[in-house]
Design a protein around this ligand. Structure first.
Ligand code: NCD
Ligand code: ZN
Length: 351
């Protein structure tokens, strides 16, 4: 939808944060950290490393590796999360929160997505951990897809809401929950039906394209991520939610780097690497919807409010100037690279 009003030449907002990021480790971390840190003041760091981050000491050590990978001149705070496994230790959750290491814990249903083999097989098996989180005021971040292979891949989010998330909300009445990377209108409606208890993150790529993009002119692996993009009606629901100004929705890029060779192959990995272009694409979406006035709430205010953290004091400015997107980001050593997300439509905003 084009705005009836002329667009400004620039927009200045408080420095945004990214509430869902995969920074990986080793050479991938070295390649990616800077791109997130250039755009965002803080980021919620996903714990799906191999092996996953389940212990306070592991998270502290990973946080140090992230800090070391960020160029010195950038101010960036990694916010760490605990990967929940069956039998997750309530004491480890409580202690990590008290020590200022855990900000939240992440629930991956076992085998739902990349590096989720150690994920949770039944909610009963994390009930004690979730009770500890309720008491500690630690939010639960949810990958909201069922893993039953009988359920169609495009229905897995909607089925998860009914089968898993609704009972979870009833069972743990004090738990705050983020439905991560929402991809359906049902997901939007579910979050909206639980004000005060739920938030939802929305990625730039799910705002930009629908499932047709995966197959436009041939199979296009760089548009493949989980949860997979859905029909156009769902993309439009996400755009309405993100740009509405509603306080429950906030920015989470789900930037998920995989090397180009592991995406362009017979069984390619799920994940879109959008870190270098994230704010530019979000701004494009808000401009197209005539909602630039709500960009700051989505990108910089709603997330901190949900997590009970202060907003950033610095500001950033985006200019109405066509974005030049690099094809790839190089991975140090070994000659590999990561393909950067390139929407099919032009991005007219840059830093
Ligand atoms: C993520 C990854 O690669 O770690 N992949 C993705 O498609 N989003 C995992 C996830 O967030 O599901
Ligand atoms: Zn993710």
């Amino acid at each position: 939808m084009a705005s009836a009003h002329p667009l400004p030449a620039s927009i200045t907002i408080r420095r945004p944060d990214d509430w869902h990021v995969h920074l990986r480790d080793g050479v991938m971390l070295a390649a990616c950290a800077e791109h997130t840190a250039r755009q965002f003041g803080r980021a919620i760091i996903m714990p799906n490393l191999v092996p996953p981050v389940t212990k306070v000491a592991e998270a502290s050590a990973y946080r140090e590796r992230i800090r070391a990978a960020v160029p010195k001149e950038l101010k960036f705070e990694p916010l760490m999360t605990c990967y929940l496994t069956d039998g997750a230790d309530p004491a480890e959750l409580t202690r990590g929160k008290e020590e200022g290491v855990w900000v939240a814990a992440k629930l991956y249903p076992a085998h739902a997505t990349t590096n989720s083999a150690h994920g949770v097989t039944s909610m009963d098996r994390v009930a004690k951990g979730l009770e500890a989180m309720e008491k500690a005021g630690m939010p639960l971040l949810v990958h909201g897809e069922v893993t039953d292979p009988e359920v169609d891949i495009f229905d897995r989010e909607a089925v998860f809401l009914d089968k898993v998330l609704a009972p979870l909300l009833r069972r743990h009445e004090g738990l705050k929950i983020v439905l991560e990377h929402i991809t359906t209108r049902e997901g939007v409606a579910f979050v909206e039906a639980n004000p005060g208890r739920m938030g939802g993150t929305i990625t730039p790529h799910h705002l930009s394209y629908n499932r047709n993009a995966l197959f436009k002119g041939g199979i296009r692996p760089h548009f493949y991520c989980l949860p997979i993009a859905k029909r156009e009606e769902h993309r439009l629901a996400l755009r309405r939610a993100a740009t509405s100004g509603g306080s429950q929705f906030f920015l989470g890029t789900d930037t998920a780097p995989h090397t180009t060779d592991t995406k362009e192959c017979a069984c390619g990995c799920a994940g879109v690497f959008n870190a270098p272009v994230a704010m530019q694409v979000y701004t494009q979406v808000f401009a197209e919807e005539g909602a630039l006035a709500h960009l700051e709430a989505f990108a910089s205010l709603n997330g901190p409010r949900f997590y009970g953290l202060p907003v950033n004091e610095e500001t950033v400015t985006l200019h109405a100037k066509p974005l030049d997107i690099p094809d790839v980001v190089a991975v140090p050593g070994g000659g590999k690279d990561i393909t950067v997300f390139r929407p099919d439509t032009p991005v007219d905003w840059s830093f």
